[in-house]
Design a protein around this ligand. Structure first.
Ligand code: SF4
Length: 223
């Protein structure tokens, strides 16, 4: 997999990134998605359903989807109105229904219903971007991949690990900063840290274990 095309960090930057990641590892020794799944197919669908809702909500709804339409073939041929009823409580149910049905159809057509295990192939599936593809690769197969979502983007920018706003550029920079063996453990830790401590509107800077490494100019103080 390529690293950042025009980014080659020096030893100090790499050391800083390593210290940050080590502290996150100390806080979160093991990290896995909170989405429940049995295989790559289920994680793909659960990830699509997880947009704009909680993982708990998806974990309530997704088993109903897989019980009624167990395989990609089943979901590809499902009646959209019936799927909408099942996924209704996850929000944006019409769009999500369209997305998971067309994803299923695409998977059947291109890969005989078997989820491919490379980023290049995964992103050819309708509705699957680099972020979702990277989550599946890292979670299901422990294949080195870094998913950049809104939390990863915010936290890495505040920490000064990147100045980029484009997720793909951030992904490439993180790849260049960290050895490949670390890639699959990066995203989930940043995401959880972004939820627990480095909140978008109200980061808990006064109790942050990374405050001494953080370049964010608007750090908050204990209320
Ligand atoms: S010091 Fe504040 S802004 Fe910086 S990483 Fe910690 S919580 Fe986020």
């Amino acid at each position: 997999m390529p690293a950042a095309p025009n980014f080659s960090p020096g030893p100090d930057e790499k050391r800083n990134a390593r210290v940050v990641l080590n502290r996150l590892k100390k806080r979160y020794p093991t990290m896995q998605t909170a989405l429940e799944y049995r295989d790559a197919w289920q994680l793909l669908v659960a990830t699509v359903l997880s947009a704009q809702t909680t993982d708990e909500n998806v974990n309530r709804v997704a088993p109903q989807v897989f019980s009624r339409w167990p395989t990609p073939e089943d979901l590809a041929g499902a009646n959209p109105e019936e799927v909408e009823e099942v996924v209704f409580s996850t929000g944006f149910y019409r769009q999500k229904t369209k997305s998971i049905i067309s994803l299923a159809a695409d998977l059947v057509e291109k890969y005989d219903g078997i989820v491919p295990a490379t980023l290049e192939e995964l992103v050819t599936l309708r509705g699957v971007g680099r972020k979702t593809a990277s989550v599946v690769l890292a979670e299901v197969w422990d294949i080195p991949a870094i998913a950049v979502d809104t939390h990863v983007k915010r936290v890495t920018n505040r920490l000064g690990l990147t100045k980029e706003s484009d997720p793909q550029k951030i992904e490439f920079e993180l790849r260049a900063l960290h050895p490949e063996k670390e890639w699959s453990g990066i995203s989930m830790r940043y995401i959880q840290f972004g939820r627990d401590v480095c909140d978008a509107r109200r980061p808990l800077c006064w109790q942050c274990p990374l405050a001494d490494r953080c370049a964010y100019p608007d750090k908050t103080r204990r209320p």
